[in-house]
Design a protein. Structure first.
Length: 254
């Protein structure tokens, strides 16, 4: 069986000025060496074009897009503008956007569809709060988020990855047990197949939340974990490179 290359994506959040492009180049060199892994970075908008210009082996994408193609939306950036930088994808529905800007599932779906309409790939984030997990509602929460935010349309599944990011694991150093990761990823897979039929089988499901060089191999070896969305540990070539190397080893032993 051919196993898809693991997809390791760095979310730089609101970190990085032009000096950080040197770090992106160093990450690009690691990715060129470890071609069994698909690597990408999502820097702030201000670095998209500059990063596209200096890397060769990694994908570059945005962290969010506006739903509209253009117009009187001060401070916002459209999917077409992201595509125009040469970027190839965008994250949508990150919990920091859902939380700080009140983005609903319907907003997230509209963003995903706006991005796919201009041929950007989409990484759609879902995940439960700690209270929801403690109440035994993690799977139901994620299922509801997917039901409300998965993009519709004939080719939606082909341009999609889903990132499962439990909110309590983001930036905290805490990660769910491997059993819990396996259970949620299996549930997400079932939801994707329900939504897209056979095409749902090919959608990559990434795990995100405190991924680092020490835990990446174990997480990536879990069934249906097709990659990782990495925040803090993606900011240097040293720490992100170690995660890419771990992913490469896991892939080789499959
Ligand atoms: P973290 O962030 O790796 O710093 O926990 C992950 C994310 O928010 O995508």
């Amino acid at each position: 069986m051919v196993v898809a290359r693991p997809y390791i994506v760095g979310n730089w959040k609101m970190h990085g000025t032009r000096g950080m492009l040197a770090e992106a180049r160093a990450i690009d060199r690691v990715a060129a060496r470890l071609s069994a892994v698909e690597v990408a970075l999502a820097p702030p908008y201000t670095l998209l074009h500059g990063m596209v210009e200096v890397v060769q082996s990694i994908g570059v994408g945005a962290q969010d897009v506006h739903v509209a193609g253009g117009g009187a939306y001060t401070g916002d950036v459209s999917a077409a503008m992201v595509a125009d930088t040469g970027a190839g994808f965008t994250i949508v529905g990150h919990s920091e956007r859902r939380g700080a800007y009140g983005e609903t599932d319907a907003d997230v779906r509209a963003k995903a569809e706006a991005a796919q309409a201009v041929d950007l790939n989409v990484i759609l984030c879902v995940g439960e709060t700690e209270a929801q997990r403690d109440a035994g509602k993690a799977e139901a929460t994620v299922a509801a988020q997917l039901a409300g935010s998965l993009p519709q349309g004939e080719h939606a599944a082909a341009r999609l990855a889903v990132a499962y990011e439990p909110i309590w694991a983001i930036g905290t150093g805490r990660v769910p047990s491997l059993e819990d990761v396996a259970a949620i990823h299996a549930a997400i897979r079932a939801d994707l197949v329900k939504a897209y039929g056979d095409a749902g089988k090919g959608v990559r499901i990434l795990y995100g939340g405190s991924v680092n060089a020490g835990n990446a191999a174990a997480l990536l070896a879990v069934a249906d974990v097709g990659g990782a969305l990495v925040g803090g540990a993606s900011l240097t070539a040293e720490s992100f490179g170690a995660i890419i190397a771990a992913a490469s080893l896991v892939h080789e032993t499959r």
